[in-house]
Each structure stands twice: as C-alpha cells, then as structure tokens.
Design a binder for this molecule. Structure first.
Ligand code: NAD
Ligand code: UDP
Ligand code: UDP
Length: 311
C-alpha cells in the first residue's frame, strides 16, 4: 500500500484521481485550498479510513511523509485563473518548487499536471510534444500558460540537477461530472445554459476548435504515466484527438439536452487559441493508452450529472 499525495485533490480531476487511487488500494493525502475545488467533490471519501484531507496552499512549504506526488493544484478555467493572475503564477511556480523540494527530500516520484496551453495559440496543427509553442508573455492567459511552462522547466531542472523522478503530462481540454457549474469552461457553460434554457454564450464566431477528452480516459492516462517505465519523463500529451468547433459543440449540447436555448455571440477573448488537437502517438507507444469515450457518450454522462445537480 502506497501513501499518495494529490494536490488539488478537491478539484474536478483531482477528486476523480483520489477515487482511482483509493480503488487501487492506496492511501491518499488530499491537499487543497478550495480556490476552485469543493468539499462536495470529496464528501463521499471523508469516511474512508484510507483518505485524509489537509486544507493547505501549496505556495507555502509542505512537510509530509508520502510515497508519490500528483501535482494538480492550479485553477484550470480561464475565468478563475484570470481572477487572481498573480496567485495563479505563484501556484504554478512556487507550488512546483515546494512539491519538487518535497519529492527531492523524500526521493519519490512526482507527476505534474501540465497543459496543452504550453502550446499557446499553435502554429503547428495538430500538436506533437516536440512543438515548442506560441505563447504571449504579457497577455491575459500568460499567468497560466507561462506559469505552467516554468513549472515544466522546474520539473526538468530538478530531474537533471537533483535526480528527481518526474512525469510530465500535457492535458488537453477534459470534461465530465464534478466540474463546477460556475467553472466557466465551455462544456460546463453550454450544458448548464442549455439545461436552464438560457442563451448559449459563444465567444467569437464559434469556428475555433478544441479536442475534448472525457475524465475517465484522462485519469487512466494519468495513472498509466505515473506507473510508466523508469526513466520515461514525458512530456506526454493526454487528450482525445476528436476535434470540434465551438459551434458544433453548442449544436450537439442543444440537441442532446432537447433545449430551446438560442446562441448568443460575443467577442473572442484576447489570445484565445484558434485550434487545438493532440498528437497522441507517444502516449500510445509508451503507455499503451488511448481514449475510449467519444464526445457524445461523454456528454451524455456529463449532462446527466448537471441535470441532477440543477434539479
Ligand atoms: P479545478 O480548478 O477543478 O481543480 C484545481 C484544484 O486545485 C482545485 O480544487 C483548487 O481549489 C486547487 N488549488 C488551486 N490553487 C491551489 C493552491 N495554491 N494550493 C492548493 N490547492 C490549490 O481544475 P481541474 O480541471 O481539476 O484541473 C486540475 C489540473 O489539471 C490543473 O493543474 C490544471 O491546470 C490541469 N489541467 C486541466 C485541464 C482540464 O481540461 N480539466 C486541462 C489542462 C490542464
Ligand atoms: N520543501 C517542502 N517540503 C519538503 C522539502 C522542501 O515544502 O519536504 C520546500 C522548501 O520550502 C523549499 C522548496 O521546497 O524552499 C525547494 O526545496 P529545495 O530542497 O529544492 O530547496 P532549498 O530548501 O534548498 O531552498
Ligand atoms: N468558450 C465559449 N463560450 C463559453 C466559454 C468558452 O465560446 O461560454 C470558448 C472559448 O473562447 C474557447 C473555447 O470555448 O475558445 C474553450 O474554452 P475553455 O475556457 O473551456 O478552455 P480553453 O480556452 O482554456 O481551452
């Protein structure tokens, strides 16, 4: 039995990861400051004797005794990471330093939840791991994009300089149950708006694309990466290559919810990437991983979750 630290464990992905690690027979120490996470995401785990929760901000040092670290703490929705951009960069950079310091002291493996945002508004399409990205250092998304890029740099420098065993995962847009209804990301926004009969808010003309991965596939990929062969550090893309425009997503959500909502268009936010699709050959080769859940099946489960929540 391992004792595993999950930072950001009360968030959307973190809470699903806690479920998975407990189901595999581990002890979990979940650390979160509830910046975007919620108690309700981990409520069902509170009576589990193998689960422990600590309210803590990872920009401050943490001294704990664990066997492995999954570093997920960081707001992921543009609305939330832009609300307090300085804190967002601190969480990515100081948080990475503290968690890497912890991994270094304990001589343990640490996985970083990085992001497709390291590719910025990509000039290469689809995006392989070798693409170095096109990111603004000064725009409104930079607090997140550059914070995550610096965190990757820290991971590779702790690896080279201190021999820390690292695994770096570049997550592409992931959705599913336990997203916060006020999260602000496109899948939760469209579903909640459709279920409430409110206007569907399309930013820009809706021709920009994203590739959406269902949460269960993401967690399988994350777990496989942590348990991949010694010496395999990544970075590795984990996402679903199915690429859709925001208009296609809106139409699908309206159809699947049977909603009467209309689309309302507003300007595209600054630096909003026009296209995004992962190349997942490396994940297939190294992890034997590929996504199994298509967009319609994943949306079905997510719509069911939000319908219950709203009712
Ligand atoms: P989320 O906002 O639901 O979860 C993030 C969690 O981190 C929240 O529970 C929040 O309270 C916690 N947190 C934030 N700052 C913290 C701090 N300083 N100290 C302790 N806890 C803190 O987002 P998510 O979708 O679950 O994302 C999890 C991770 O995956 C993030 O690092 C995110 O950047 C990355 N990621 C997610 C996606 C996606 O599509 N879901 C895509 C790319 C990368
Ligand atoms: N750190 C931590 N927990 C530990 C060990 C280190 O939070 O168990 C933090 C500590 O605050 C330190 C940071 O991680 O500032 C980086 O650690 P490292 O050993 O690399 O640096 P140093 O201690 O030399 O500053
Ligand atoms: N988006 C939208 N309406 C919304 C929320 C988002 O049209 O209510 C667009 C957004 O401009 C972006 C895409 O959907 O082009 C994905 O946005 P999200 O915030 O989910 O993630 P990210 O931009 O970080 O990929």
């Amino acid at each position: 039995m391992k004792r595993i630290l999950v930072t950001g464990g009360a968030g959307f992905l973190g809470s699903h990861l806690c479920d998975k690690l407990l189901a595999e027979g581990n002890e979990v120490l979940c650390v979160d400051n509830f910046y975007t996470g919620r108690k309700s995401n981990i409520h069902h785990l509170m009576d589990n004797k193998n689960f422990e929760f600590l309210r803590h901000d990872i920009t401050f040092p943490l001294y704990a005794e664990v066997d492995e670290i999954y570093n997920l703490a960081c707001p992921a929705s543009p609305v939330h990471y832009q609300f307090d951009p300085v804190q967002t960069t601190k969480t990515s950079v100081l948080g990475a330093i503290n968690m890497l310091g912890l991994a270094k002291r304990l001589k343990i493996k640490i996985l970083q939840a990085s992001t497709s945002e390291v590719y910025g508004d990509p000039e290469v399409h689809p995006q392989p791991e070798s693409y170095k990205g096109s990111v603004s250092t000064t725009g409104i998304r930079a607090c997140y994009d550059e914070g995550k890029r610096c965190a990757e740099t820290l991971f590779f420098d702790y690896h080279r300089q201190h021999g820390v065993d690292i695994k770096v995962m570049r997550i592409f847009n992931t959705y599913g149950p336990r997203m916060n209804p006020n999260d602000g990301r496109v899948v939760s926004n469209f579903i909640v708006q459709a279920l409430k009969g409110e206007d569907i808010t399309i930013f820009g003309d809706g021709s920009q694309t994203r590739s959406f991965c269902y949460v269960d596939d993401n967690i399988e990929g994350m777990y496989s990466l942590m348990n991949s062969r010694d010496g395999f550090t990544g970075p590795v893309n984990i996402g679903n290559p199915g690429e859709f425009t925001m208009l296609q997503l809106a139409e699908l959500v309206i159809k699947m919810t049977g909603s009467t909502s209309k689309m309302r268009f507003s300007p595209l936010p600054q630096d909003d990437p026009l296209q995004r699709q992962p190349v997942i050959d490396l994940a297939k080769k190294e992890l034997g991983w590929e996504p199994k859940v298509d967009l319609t099946s994943g949306l079905e489960k997510t719509i069911f979750y939000f319908r219950e929540l709203i009712d």
